[in-house]
Design a protein. Structure first.
Lengths: 76, 131
Protein backbone atom coordinates (compact mmCIF):
# COMPACT_ATOMS: atom_id res chain seq x y z
CA UNK A 1 0.00 0.00 0.00
CA UNK A 2 1.41 3.40 -0.96
CA UNK A 3 1.31 5.92 1.85
CA UNK A 4 0.27 9.41 0.82
CA UNK A 5 1.05 12.34 3.05
CA UNK A 6 -1.33 15.24 3.55
CA UNK A 7 1.12 17.47 1.71
CA UNK A 8 1.15 15.13 -1.28
CA UNK A 9 -2.63 15.09 -1.25
CA UNK A 10 -2.73 18.88 -1.13
CA UNK A 11 -0.28 19.14 -4.01
CA UNK A 12 -2.31 16.71 -6.09
CA UNK A 13 -5.46 18.69 -5.42
CA UNK A 14 -3.73 21.95 -6.30
CA UNK A 15 -2.52 20.44 -9.57
CA UNK A 16 -6.16 19.83 -10.50
CA UNK A 17 -7.18 23.45 -9.94
CA UNK A 18 -7.34 25.63 -13.07
CA UNK A 19 -4.69 28.36 -13.12
CA UNK A 20 -7.26 31.14 -13.03
CA UNK A 21 -8.60 29.88 -9.69
CA UNK A 22 -5.22 29.39 -8.01
CA UNK A 23 -4.86 33.03 -7.01
CA UNK A 24 -7.84 32.93 -4.66
CA UNK A 25 -6.69 29.65 -3.11
CA UNK A 26 -3.16 30.91 -2.52
CA UNK A 27 -4.58 34.09 -1.00
CA UNK A 28 -6.77 32.05 1.31
CA UNK A 29 -3.89 29.83 2.41
CA UNK A 30 -1.59 32.81 2.92
CA UNK A 31 -4.07 34.42 5.27
CA UNK A 32 -4.38 31.56 7.77
CA UNK A 33 -2.25 31.96 10.89
CA UNK A 34 -0.61 29.04 12.66
CA UNK A 35 -3.55 28.87 15.03
CA UNK A 36 -6.04 29.01 12.16
CA UNK A 37 -6.79 32.68 12.74
CA UNK A 38 -7.51 34.97 9.82
CA UNK A 39 -4.40 37.09 9.33
CA UNK A 40 -5.54 39.02 6.29
CA UNK A 41 -4.98 42.76 6.55
CA UNK A 42 -8.72 43.21 6.89
CA UNK A 43 -8.86 40.91 9.93
CA UNK A 44 -5.74 42.43 11.48
CA UNK A 45 -7.16 45.94 11.12
CA UNK A 46 -10.52 44.88 12.55
CA UNK A 47 -8.87 43.31 15.60
CA UNK A 48 -6.75 46.43 16.15
CA UNK A 49 -9.64 48.85 15.75
CA UNK A 50 -7.90 51.09 13.21
CA UNK A 51 -9.14 52.57 9.97
CA UNK A 52 -7.48 52.65 6.56
CA UNK A 53 -6.26 56.02 5.33
CA UNK A 54 -7.86 57.65 2.34
CA UNK A 55 -5.55 58.50 -0.57
CA UNK A 56 -5.77 62.14 0.53
CA UNK A 57 -4.71 61.29 4.08
CA UNK A 58 -1.80 59.24 2.75
CA UNK A 59 -0.67 62.12 0.52
CA UNK A 60 -0.88 64.51 3.46
CA UNK A 61 1.15 62.11 5.60
CA UNK A 62 3.87 61.80 2.95
CA UNK A 63 3.94 65.57 2.46
CA UNK A 64 4.42 66.15 6.19
CA UNK A 65 6.66 63.26 7.21
CA UNK A 66 8.24 62.09 3.93
CA UNK A 67 11.21 64.47 4.29
CA UNK A 68 12.04 62.86 7.65
CA UNK A 69 11.88 59.31 6.30
CA UNK A 70 14.09 57.23 4.02
CA UNK A 71 13.08 57.27 0.35
CA UNK A 72 11.43 54.28 -1.39
CA UNK A 73 14.16 52.00 -2.70
CA UNK A 74 12.30 50.01 -5.35
CA UNK A 75 12.70 46.77 -3.41
CA UNK A 76 9.09 46.27 -2.48
CA UNK B 1 19.51 60.37 8.74
CA UNK B 2 19.43 62.42 11.96
CA UNK B 3 17.12 61.54 14.84
CA UNK B 4 14.10 63.82 14.47
CA UNK B 5 12.40 62.60 17.61
CA UNK B 6 9.33 61.76 15.52
CA UNK B 7 8.07 58.29 16.38
CA UNK B 8 4.94 56.44 15.36
CA UNK B 9 3.22 53.97 17.68
CA UNK B 10 3.07 50.42 16.37
CA UNK B 11 0.76 47.49 17.03
CA UNK B 12 1.78 43.89 16.39
CA UNK B 13 -1.14 41.54 15.82
CA UNK B 14 -0.22 38.48 17.92
CA UNK B 15 -1.54 35.91 15.42
CA UNK B 16 0.20 37.39 12.39
CA UNK B 17 3.38 37.95 14.40
CA UNK B 18 3.55 34.38 15.72
CA UNK B 19 2.84 32.99 12.26
CA UNK B 20 5.68 34.91 10.66
CA UNK B 21 8.16 34.14 13.43
CA UNK B 22 7.32 30.44 13.28
CA UNK B 23 8.64 30.26 9.73
CA UNK B 24 11.76 32.29 10.44
CA UNK B 25 15.19 31.14 11.58
CA UNK B 26 16.40 31.48 15.20
CA UNK B 27 18.51 34.49 14.15
CA UNK B 28 15.51 36.02 12.44
CA UNK B 29 13.30 35.50 15.49
CA UNK B 30 15.87 37.12 17.76
CA UNK B 31 16.22 40.14 15.48
CA UNK B 32 12.46 40.44 15.14
CA UNK B 33 11.76 40.23 18.86
CA UNK B 34 14.42 42.83 19.62
CA UNK B 35 12.87 45.24 17.11
CA UNK B 36 9.35 44.57 18.37
CA UNK B 37 10.26 45.28 22.00
CA UNK B 38 11.86 48.57 20.99
CA UNK B 39 9.04 49.67 18.68
CA UNK B 40 6.24 48.69 21.05
CA UNK B 41 7.87 50.57 23.89
CA UNK B 42 9.02 53.71 22.09
CA UNK B 43 7.40 53.71 18.65
CA UNK B 44 9.10 53.52 15.28
CA UNK B 45 11.44 56.44 14.50
CA UNK B 46 10.44 58.27 11.32
CA UNK B 47 14.00 58.16 10.05
CA UNK B 48 13.95 54.34 9.99
CA UNK B 49 10.81 54.14 7.88
CA UNK B 50 10.61 53.85 4.10
CA UNK B 51 7.38 54.01 2.10
CA UNK B 52 6.76 50.72 0.31
CA UNK B 53 6.38 50.81 -3.44
CA UNK B 54 2.62 50.91 -4.13
CA UNK B 55 3.24 48.31 -6.81
CA UNK B 56 6.37 46.30 -6.12
CA UNK B 57 8.56 44.64 -8.72
CA UNK B 58 7.12 41.23 -7.85
CA UNK B 59 3.58 42.46 -8.39
CA UNK B 60 2.85 43.00 -4.69
CA UNK B 61 0.62 45.94 -3.95
CA UNK B 62 1.51 47.59 -0.67
CA UNK B 63 -0.45 50.82 -0.70
CA UNK B 64 -0.35 52.92 2.49
CA UNK B 65 2.46 50.69 3.74
CA UNK B 66 5.84 51.52 5.22
CA UNK B 67 8.76 49.28 6.08
CA UNK B 68 11.80 49.01 8.29
CA UNK B 69 14.81 46.80 7.83
CA UNK B 70 15.74 44.49 10.69
CA UNK B 71 18.16 44.97 12.26
CA UNK B 72 18.38 48.65 11.40
CA UNK B 73 19.75 49.99 9.07
CA UNK B 74 20.22 47.29 6.45
CA UNK B 75 19.44 43.90 8.00
CA UNK B 76 18.38 41.00 5.84
CA UNK B 77 14.88 40.92 7.32
CA UNK B 78 12.11 43.44 7.05
CA UNK B 79 8.89 44.45 8.75
CA UNK B 80 6.04 45.90 6.70
CA UNK B 81 3.47 48.11 8.43
CA UNK B 82 0.25 49.65 7.17
CA UNK B 83 -0.41 53.18 8.31
CA UNK B 84 -3.82 53.48 9.94
CA UNK B 85 -5.87 56.08 11.71
CA UNK B 86 -7.23 55.34 15.14
CA UNK B 87 -8.98 57.93 17.27
CA UNK B 88 -7.73 60.68 14.94
CA UNK B 89 -4.12 59.59 15.44
CA UNK B 90 -1.73 57.68 13.21
CA UNK B 91 -0.59 54.18 14.04
CA UNK B 92 1.51 51.55 12.32
CA UNK B 93 -0.15 48.15 12.05
CA UNK B 94 2.10 45.13 11.57
CA UNK B 95 1.51 43.38 8.23
CA UNK B 96 4.44 41.04 7.90
CA UNK B 97 7.94 40.01 8.92
CA UNK B 98 10.37 37.98 6.86
CA UNK B 99 13.46 37.85 4.72
CA UNK B 100 13.87 40.70 2.26
CA UNK B 101 15.46 38.40 -0.31
CA UNK B 102 15.73 34.66 -0.64
CA UNK B 103 18.28 32.77 -2.73
CA UNK B 104 17.30 32.80 -6.39
CA UNK B 105 16.05 29.20 -6.51
CA UNK B 106 14.17 29.30 -3.21
CA UNK B 107 10.39 29.33 -3.40
CA UNK B 108 9.81 30.72 0.09
CA UNK B 109 7.87 34.00 0.22
CA UNK B 110 9.76 37.13 1.21
CA UNK B 111 8.35 39.83 3.49
CA UNK B 112 6.79 41.63 0.53
CA UNK B 113 5.05 38.48 -0.69
CA UNK B 114 3.68 37.74 2.79
CA UNK B 115 2.44 41.26 3.34
CA UNK B 116 1.17 41.65 -0.20
CA UNK B 117 -1.03 38.56 0.10
CA UNK B 118 -2.57 39.92 3.28
CA UNK B 119 -3.14 43.40 1.90
CA UNK B 120 -4.42 42.07 -1.44
CA UNK B 121 -7.66 41.05 0.18
CA UNK B 122 -8.35 44.66 1.07
CA UNK B 123 -7.39 45.88 -2.38
CA UNK B 124 -9.65 43.34 -4.07
CA UNK B 125 -12.54 44.29 -1.80
CA UNK B 126 -12.02 47.99 -2.42
CA UNK B 127 -11.93 47.46 -6.17
CA UNK B 128 -15.19 45.53 -6.04
CA UNK B 129 -16.85 48.28 -4.01
CA UNK B 130 -15.69 50.97 -6.44
CA UNK B 131 -17.39 49.23 -9.40
Amino acid sequence: MKLVTMRETAQTLLDQVPDDELDDIVRFLACRGISGTDISAKAIITRGGGKELTPQQWEAFIAEYGPHMLPPDGEG
Amino acid sequence: MADTGIRFPARFDPDAWETDLARSTPDGRTAAETAKVDYERSGVPAERLRPCDPEGRDGNRLENCLKVYVPHPAGKWGIVFMLLEIDSRLRLEFMGFGMRHHPKNAHAPNVYDLSGKRVAEITARDLREKK
